[in-house]
Design a protein around this ligand. Structure first.
Ligand code: URA
Ligand code: SF4
Length: 227
């Protein structure tokens, strides 16, 4: 048993020791995307490195005006080692194209960089990362933000939005318009592209709503070029 100093409740100590295990000590002091990708490849700051095939770091130009942040790599991303290359990624590509945003001029990443899954038969079923995994992985995202310094930061889905904008943030209520945040000059949340893949008969309407949120993103990218 760890002894608790006088005046400190035992539970606070336990929570603190959980919070202390993050990727922070691995982040290089003068990071570039290349150095970050190399350092993150060996990250074991949370248990997800054991089940994921590899670290899936963000991808894109360090000069990108816009950064998209998803939840975590999926099955195909885990195998390929690149973010948003599976079904959700293809839907994102299509929606970006419809909004006139060139993916090659964007930076795409996730709040958690290893795939969390559970076996069901031969399939690997996605599982939501928990708060300690998100907190452990956060230094990588903060370092990506510090290097890329995007004008527009886009949270894709509730996990990214709540990780970056607070646990009470509701995408359904605040999607598609800039929200108060110090993370970037313009911060916008929208749904996760995979929610559209699951939307059933609402799919067309949900897809149009995503494109309309991305049109707002496109408008802010154009404004940043003008200023
Ligand atoms: N879903 C995500 O949130 N990120 C990916 O990279 C792929 C699917
Ligand atoms: Fe490190 Fe993030 Fe992978 Fe956890 S999920 S091991 S913190 S890179």
């Amino acid at each position: 048993m760890v002894s608790t100093p006088p005046g400190y409740p035992k539970v606070a100590m336990t929570q603190q020791s959980l919070l202390d295990e993050t990727a922070a000590p691995l982040v290089p002091t003068r990071p570039s995307l290349k150095k970050l990708t190399e350092a993150a490849a060996g990250c074991k700051a949370c248990p997800l490195w054991k089940t994921g095939t590899q670290t899936v770091f963000g991808e894109g130009s360090p000069k990108s005006e816009v950064m998209f942040v998803g939840e975590q790599p999926g099955d195909q991303e885990d195998r390929a080692g690149a973010p948003f290359v599976g079904p959700a990624g293809r839907l994102l590509d299509e929606a970006l194209a419809d909004a006139g945003i060139d993916r090659s001029l964007t930076y795409v990443t996730n709040v958690v960089k290893h795939f969390k899954w559970e076996a069901r038969g031969k399939r690997r079923i996605h599982q939501k990362p928990n708060w300690s995994e998100i907190a452990a992985c956060r230094p990588w995202l903060d370092a990506e933000l510090a290097v890329v310094k995007p004008h527009v930061l886009v949270c894709l889905g509730a996990t990214a939005a709540q990780a970056l904008l607070g646990r009470t943030f509701r995408v359904t209520r605040a999607r598609g318009r800039p929200v108060e945040s110090s993370l970037a000059p313009v911060v916008i949340a929208t749904v996760h592209p995979s929610s559209i893949l699951r939307a059933g008969e609402d799919r067309d309407a949900e897809y149009s709503a995503l494109v309309s949120d991305l049109n707002v993103v496109a408008k802010h990218i154009v404004e940043s070029r003008a200023s």
